[in-house]
Design a protein around this ligand. Structure first.
Ligand code: SF4
Length: 432
C-alpha cells in the first residue's frame, strides 16, 4: 500500500443520530478546516473516517455498530486507511467496543474533541467560538444552547453519554448566530437535551426567554424555532416572548413521553396529567394557533391496557399538530433497567401503530382545514417536479412539507403561497 503524505489525506465525517450530533460534527469539521485539513461530510472518497455515533436506543445502536463494521471492512480491503469512532455509543460502550471491534484506530467520548483532533493531527482552537462547517442546507442551522442533562428520567441513557447540564453563555450564542447569519442562515433551530433548563447553571435562573430576546436582534435571522422543551418547571415567560416576537416560530417541540399518572411517576418525569394539560392549554391560550409537536413512548415497564387507553384518549382529545411515537427500549444503567421489561415486543409495536393511526387521522383533518389558506413558506429543495418547503409550523426532516409545482423557486428564500390540496402529512400549494 503506497503511504500517503498527511497533506493528501481527506477526512470523511459520518454523522448518525440526532441534531445534536449533527451540530457536534459541524464543530469538528470547523476545527479541522481551521487547521487546513481536507474535510468533508459523508463523501465516499475520504481515506480517514470519523464516525459520530448514536447510543440512544436499540435501533440507533445497531445502526452505529453496522456503520463501524462497514468501515472496518473497507479498511481491511484497503479502501480507507484509518477509522476513528466518537459520539454517544463510543462514550457509553468504549471498553466493550475496544474489545469487540479492535480494528478501529481509536475510540473517543462525547467530550474529547481536543483528543480526537490530536489523533487527526490538528490542534483544538478554543478561539473558534461556534465556528463550524455546516452540513444542513445553507439557510437553516441547528444552534445547540447547552450540553448534557440533569433530569432523572428513568428510561433515558442520555445523561450517561452527555453528562450533566452545561449552558453556553448568551454572548457566545449571539456571536455564533451572527456568524451563521453572515453565511446566509435565515432559520435558527434551537436544540439541547432540555431547552427549559437553559441558564439554571450559569445564571441561576431559567434564562431561555432572555436568550430569545437577544437572538431576535440578530440581523438576517428570520425564523427561530424551539425544540426539546420539558413540561416540569416550564418557563411560562417563554410563551410571551414567542407571542410578541415575530421572528420566533409559533411552534414548540415538547417531548411528553406519556400522560397516565402511574407511568409518568415511574418514568420520574416530575409532572402529572393535570400539570401537563395545564401547560398545553396555557400554550394554546397565550399563543393562539401555535403548532405543538410531541414525542411519546409506549410499552414502558408496567404500562397496563388501562394506561394505554388513557394515552390513546388523550392523544385523540389533545390533537397535537405533530407527533412521533417510540417503543420502549430497555437500556442498561438507566433507572428503568431495574424494572421488568414486561410489555411484549409485539404489543409495544401494536400500541405505537395505534397511536400513529390516530395521529394520521388528526393530521389529515388539520391539513384539510388549511386548504384555501395562505402561508409564508421557506423553500428547502427541489424534488421531482416540486419545490419543497415548510411553513413556520414545520421543522426540517420531522414535520409536514409544502409542495409547489412551479418552474423556479430559490432554495433558502421565503414565498407566500395558498394551499390548494392536502394529504395526511403534506400540503400542495400555489404562489400568491
Ligand atoms: S430530559 Fe429526560 S429524556 Fe430528555 S435527555 Fe434529559 S433525562 Fe433524557
Amino acid at each position: 500500500m503506497r503511504t500517503k503524505s498527511i497533506k493528501k489525506n481527506k477526512i470523511n465525517i459520518v454523522t448518525l443520530g440526532c441534531s445534536k450530533n449533527t451540530y457536534d460534527s459541524e464543530i469538528l469539521m470547523g476545527q479541522l478546516a481551521a487547521n487546513g485539513k481536507n474535510v468533508a461530510h459523508e463523501e465516499d472518497d475520504g481515506n480517514i473516517v470519523v464516525i459520530n455515533t448514536c447510543g440512544f436506543i436499540d435501533n440507533a445502536k445497531e445502526e452505529s455498530i453496522n456503520t463501524i463494521l462497514d468501515f472496518v471492512d473497507r479498511k481491511e480491503r484497503g479502501e480507507v486507511d484509518k477509522v476513528f469512532v466518537t459520539g454517544c455509543l463510543s462514550e457509553r460502550y468504549k471498553p466493550d467496543l475496544e474489545k469487540e471491534i479492535p480494528d478501529v484506530d481509536q475510540y473517543f467520548g462525547t467530550r474529547e474533541l481536543p483528543k480526537l483532533l490530536k489523533a487527526l493531527r490538528a490542534d483544538y482552537k478554543k478561539e473558534l467560538v461556534g465556528e463550524r462547517l455546516m452540513t444542513t442546507p445553507q439557510h437553516f442551522a441547528y444552534l445547540k444552547i447547552s450540553e448534557g442533562c440533569d433530569r432523572p428520567c428513568s428510561f433515558c441513557a442520555i445523561p450517561l453519554m452527555r453528562g450533566g447540564h452545561k449552558s453556553t453563555p448568551i454572548e457566545d450564542l449571539v456571536t455564533e448566530s451572527k456568524k451563521l447569519a453572515a453565511k446566509g442562515v435565515k432559520e435558527l433551530i434551537l436544540i439541547a437535551q432540555d431547552l427549559t433548563y437553559y441558564g439554571l447553571d450559569i445564571y441561576k435562573k431559567r434564562a431561555l426567554a432572555d436568550l430569545l430576546k437577544e437572538l431576535v436582534k440578530v440581523e438576517g435571522i428570520e425564523w427561530i424555532r424551539l425544540h426539546y422543551l420539558f413540561p416540569a418547571g416550564f418557563p411560562e415567560d417563554v410563551l410571551d416572548v414567542i407571542r410578541e416576537e415575530e421572528k420566533i416560530c409559533n411552534y414548540i417541540d415538547i417531548p411528553l413521553q406519556h400522560i397516565s399518572d402511574p407511568v409518568l411517576k415511574s418514568m420520574r418525569r416530575g409532572t402529572t396529567m393535570a400539570k401537563t394539560n395545564r401547560i398545553l392549554n396555557m400554550m394554546r391560550e397565550k399563543v393562539p394557533g401555535m403548532a405543538i409537536r410531541t414525542t411519546l413512548i409506549v410499552g414502558y415497564p408496567g404500562e397496563t391496557e388501562e394506561d394505554f387507553e388513557t394515552l390513546k384518549q388523550w392523544v385523540t382529545d389533545m390533537r397535537f399538530d405533530r407527533l412521533g411515537c417510540f417503543t420502549y427500549s430497555h437500556e442498561e444503567n438507566t433507572h428503568a433497567f431495574n424494572l421488568e421489561d414486561d410489555v411484549p415486543e409485539d404489543v409495544k409495536l401494536q400500541r405505537a401503530a395505534d397511536i400513529m393511526e390516530i395521529q394520521q387521522r388528526i393530521s389529515e383533518e388539520m391539513n384539510a382545514e388549511k386548504v384555501g389558506k395562505q402561508f409564508k413558506v421557506l423553500i428547502d429543495r427541489k424534488e421531482g417536479q416540486f419545490f419543497v418547503g415548510r411553513t413556520e409550523f414545520d421543522s426540517p426532516d420531522v414535520d409536514n412539507e409544502v409542495l409547489i409545482d412551479v418552474d423556479y423557486l430559490k432554495a433558502g428564500d421565503f414565498y407566500n403561497v395558498e394551499v390548494t390540496s392536502a394529504t395526511d402529512y403534506d400540503l400542495y400549494a400555489k404562489l400568491v
